[in-house]
Write a protein that binds this ligand. Structure first.
Ligand SMILES: *[C@@H]1O[C@H](CO)[C@@H](O)[C@H](O)[C@H]1NC(C)=O
Ligand SMILES: *[C@@H]1O[C@H](CO)[C@@H](O)[C@H](O)[C@H]1NC(C)=O
Length: 397
């Protein structure tokens, strides 16, 4: 009897020991990015993550695409970049009329040539992608020349990177696999939606080794005029969603807009919510990063296959594996976007080099940047003086 009792005691003690050890192990491995670690986010992480603070925002290069004749825009971009401690390189935009028919791949005998504006934009963006491939850059951020961003862009990108890890990096430790069961691609039996991940309780993932944004992405589409959350029925887009409440860089709902209706972020979430997820039906290519791998695939799928639609729609086909483009791309985004249109004061028809707005004599009295609270461009004077009393374009009531 006594022997059996002591064996049981031994058993209980042993189990307790194992459980405690496992708990400690889990605790030690618990998210370095969790709520409590928020304030030490610059110190608690690997060297690669620190690169997000560098002069190319954790990418190898930053390219700005636009026509050389738009010296006004180049002046603006150079100034914004300087005041943001960013290094940029220009990629010359192209006039559609200068691109011969022969240089435009078609996918059917009766294909029609797109309007010059769309051809020029397609070519300029593909030139940027080609540059990445030819120079073997590990990644590059591509911006259009009329964009603007928040003074806090590095914090925003850092948080984007943390969320990107949760969406695409393998889980660390005993569990293995991915936090999102529909990643890297939904399968026949996989759920149509998955529970949202709270930004303040991200799962612990293995650290990336190639890019601070993760080792498994093709496109980071972070400047746009609209995104949908992944559709339930999409067979190619993983459903993971990271939701961040109380992002002070997000403008009040009354100042948010999108081309993509319904605007779920605005309709279903509280004020100042930011979402991170996979690309679904992005509109406008104001800013996006390509990895080397992404640029190669883009050159193949969008440079060398039928140019059937405007570039942003082709990029959407690319990300979602549609219209003859292979599935399996990994494209991440955030809502609201991080790069937005800047609209200068002056004649409104100066806005677009793509579509012809015509000269209706309209004059914009006051410059604005869509949805960006502490706009770099609109705080140039403070930044030039080294002041930090930034003007918030979209204050709460
Ligand atoms: C910034 O970080 C990225 C990612 O590590 C790196 O590729 C790039 O060269 C760095 N940029 C500069 C200017 O050091
Ligand atoms: C491109 O860069 C990768 C990673 O640094 C390297 O392994 C590869 O050899 C390079 N390719 C060329 C053609 O330089």
């Amino acid at each position: 009897m006594r022997r059996r009792a002591s064996r049981r005691l031994f058993h209980v003690l042993g189990t307790t020991f194992v459980v405690i050890t496992l708990c400690l192990f889990q605790f030690r491995n618990s998210s370095p990015f969790g709520h409590k670690a928020k304030n030490q986010r610059w110190t608690a992480t690997s060297g690669l993550m620190r690169d997000i603070r560098n002069s190319t925002l954790g990418f190898e290069k930053i390219f700005v695409v636009g026509l050389p004749s738009r010296s006004d825009r180049r002046d603006g971009m150079v100034l914004q970049a300087a005041l943001s401690d960013m290094q940029i390189e220009f990629i010359d935009g192209v006039q559609g009329k200068d691109v011969p028919d022969k240089a435009i791949p078609i996918s059917s005998p009766d294909a029609k040539r797109l309007a010059d504006g769309s051809i020029g934009s397609w070519r300029a963006h593909l030139n940027a992608a080609r540059e990445i491939v030819q120079r073997n850059l590990s990644s590059a951020l591509i911006l259009e020349d009329d964009t603007d961003w928040d003074v806090r862009i590095r914090d925003q990108l850092y948080d984007f990177a943390l969320s990107a890890h949760a969406l695409t990096q393998p889980l660390r430790g005993l569990r293995g696999g991915y936090a999102d069961p529909t990643y890297p691609q939904p399968s026949d039996g996989s759920p149509e939606s998955v529970p949202e991940t709270d930004f303040y309780r991200l799962p612990t993932t293995g650290p990336p080794t190639i890019s601070p944004y993760g080792d498994n992405w093709d496109v980071l589409w972070i400047g746009h005029c609209g995104m949908h959350f992944p559709f339930h029925h999409s067979k190619t887009v993983p459903k993971g969603r990271v939701i961040r409440l109380d992002d002070e860089t997000v403008a009040p709902k009354k100042n948010l807009w999108t081309f993509n209706i319904p605007f779920t972020l605005k309709e279903s979430y509280p004020e100042h919510t930011r979402a991170y997820h996979h690309v679904q039906e992005g509109v406008c290519t104001l800013g996006y990063a390509l990895s080397q791998r992404g640029a190669r695939k883009l050159l193949h799928e969008v440079g060398l296959k039928g140019v059937t639609d405007a570039y942003d729609i082709l990029l959407r086909f690319f990300c979602e594996g549609e219209k003859g483009r292979a599935a399996g791309r990994q494209c991440l985004t955030t809502q609201p976007a991080l790069f937005h249109h800047h609209r200068t004061a002056g004649r409104v028809n100066g806005m677009s080099d793509i579509s012809n707005h015509g000269d209706n004599g309209e004059f914009r009295e006051k410059a604005i940047t869509d949805m960006v609270r502490w706009s770099v461009r609109l705080n140039v004077e403070a930044l030039l003086e080294g002041r930090t009393d930034f003007v918030d374009q979209f204050p709460d009531e």
